[in-house]
Design a binder for this molecule. Structure first.
Ligand code: BES
Ligand code: MN
Ligand code: ZN
Length: 502
């Protein structure tokens, strides 16, 4: 998909479809909207009067453009004004998604609010994301060529740069790559297969290292090995280093670590059957960090970034880890596994220790870690924990710039005592109360550098189709991670390496 900035006004732009957000504040039509309505010959007010579009009922409506050069208008329920980049991304997602399978080749996008480069980059990512089809992974017999049609060009009306649109387009494509990985079923995408996918990032100039169980054993990764020991498919630890990683040996280096559970049956502490199939999405953190690494490698290869993905299947079986087992982490701590379903924190612990030994000065982990996160936040908001909180502010700013919705939770180490074990240094799970916070407290025992933990259990996938996306993986955290990495390198690195001044 191509995105282009245009200086044309909505009343004069020529596109197959012009997207028009209707904000809550438009109950009395705002002047800019009234002008467009007049230019169309009253098409918008007529649609509202006829109930063709009612923001209380409809996410969107496609109506005729009346006297406008654009043939059709896509009225979008935009909610209240504000949340700039987030709303821009969402509106663009809904807009292109509603036009999938239709005849529109060009879409003009008029945000009417929150313009500027962040909003435009987010809108570009959203426009690309709106064309994403989960069936793209395996296809579907009834997909005809006509059904596969989607918008090819988006004209952005207002104030923003082409640079921002290009960056956002790249992020949208990175999200699609991550979504494809996260949507792949567990019989298809095993830890070994994920490693094969990661190896393809050498084409983007990355250095890819894959650790196999023998090397994990030598390194003392008892937590990662313990989770993986019940599965027919053995674990892998994937590391993708950008060209800028080695060069920053004496400076700041960012490691993004993603939970890669190809399937989470719960293990011996097995989950109930209902919705267990959704647990193929338990590798969404790994998919997000690999997709983010590929995107940053394309946008700013000199960024000192490494993606780390511990990959396992959490399965019951004759050799599976048992509740009560005690395992030793790479950092030397012993863990009593009281619940084999609290596996994400175990694999992340060893992966973060390894990332630090590789020279990471800052760590962000991303994980579908707790059902409690999904219960508390739903599918739109990610929860993060930070130590120190100033480092968290940088992630929050990156998420905001990228149009993602993050919210901070307290890293209450005062709960540490509830994870005391009579047989080991710590247990991996306790009672349900406070389990979202306590999962982060557990992780905090395995990191010594500035660190943020992002729990994306809710936002990683949609349980059902929505106006902004199909059922399945959403690409959550990809945009925020890319933006963080770009901010981390100050945006300077790439331009300097091209011989331009910063
Ligand atoms: N992968 C799950 C968390 C999850 C649940 C993600 C639902 C997305 C949707 C994780 O491994 C898990 O099982 N967590 C347990 C932890 C508990 C045993 C301490 C949970 O949240 O119930
Ligand atoms: Mn689990
Ligand atoms: Zn899990």
């Amino acid at each position: 998909m191509r995105l282009r900035a245009t200086s044309t006004s909505p009343a004069t732009v020529e596109a197959d479809v012009l997207a028009v957000p209707i904000y809550r504040e438009d109950a009395e039509m705002s002047p800019d909207l009234a002008d467009l309505d007049a230019a169309s010959g009253g098409a918008i007010s007529a649609a509202i009067a006829w109930g063709e579009f009612n923001p209380l009922e409809h996410a969107s409506a496609l109506i005729g453009g009346g006297e406008l050069p654009s043939g059709r208008l896509l009225l979008l329920n935009a909610g209240a004004r504000g949340r700039g980049a987030w709303r821009a991304r969402r509106l663009a997602m809904v807009a292109t998604r509603q036009l999938n399978g239709r005849g529109a080749a060009t879409l003009a996008l008029w945000l009417r609010d929150g313009e500027g480069d962040n909003a435009w980059a987010a809108a570009a990512a959203g426009a690309v994301a709106g064309t994403y089809r989960a069936t793209a992974v395996y296809g579907r017999v009834r997909d005809t060529d006509a059904m596969k049609r989607s918008v090819a060009e988006v004209l952005c009306i207002g104030a923003g740069s082409q640079d921002a649109l290009d960056r956002g387009t790249e992020i949208g494509e990175g999200m699609a790559f991550g979504r494809d990985l996260a949507n792949r079923s567990a019989n298809d995408l095993s830890p070994e297969r994920m490693a094969e996918v990661a190896l393809e990032l050498t084409a983007d100039g990355c250095t890819v290292e894959i650790l196999e169980p023998e090397q994990m054993a030598e390194l003392g990764m008892g937590l990662l090995l313990g989770v993986g020991q019940g599965a027919a498919h053995p674990p892998r630890l994937i590391a993708v280093k950008l060209p800028g990683w080695e060069k920053a040996a004496d400076g700041e280096r960012l490691a993004i670590v993603g939970k890669g559970v190809c399937f989470d049956s719960g293990g011996i502490s097995i989950k109930p059957a209902e919705n267990m199939g959704d647990m193929k999405h338990d590798k969404s953190g790994a998919a997000a960090v690999i997709a983010a690494a590929r995107t940053v490698a394309r946008l700013a290869p000199e960024t000192p970034l490494m993606a780390v993905a511990p990959m396992v299947e959490n399965m019951p079986g004759g050799n599976a880890q048992r509740p009560g087992d005690v395992v030793r982490a790479m950092n030397g701590m012993t863990v009593e596994v009281t619940n084999t379903d609290a596996e994400g924190r175990l694999i992340l612990a060893d992966a973060m220790t390894w990332a630090e030994r590789q020279g990471a000065t800052h760590i962000v982990d991303v994980a579908t870690l707790t059902g409690a996160q999904a219960m508390a936040f739903g599918d739109q908001i990610s929860a993060y924990f930070a130590r120190p909180r100033e480092w968290g502010e940088r992630i929050a700013a990156a998420a905001e710039e990228a149009g993602e919705w993050f919210w901070e939770m307290p890293l209450a180490v005062e709960y540490r005592a509830s994870y005391d074990s009579p047989h080991a240094d710590i247990v991996n799970s306790g009672t349900r109360d406070g389990s979202l916070i306590k999962s982060a407290v557990f992780l905090s025992e395995f990191v010594t550098v500035p660190w943020v933990h992002i729990d994306i259990a809710g936002p990683a996938y949609l349980g059902a189709e929505k106006p902004h996306g199909p059922k399945g993986a959403t690409g959550a955290a990809v945009g925020a991670l890319v933006q963080l990495a770009l901010d981390f390198s100050g945006g300077r690195v790439n331009r300097e390496s091209n011989g331009e001044s910063a």
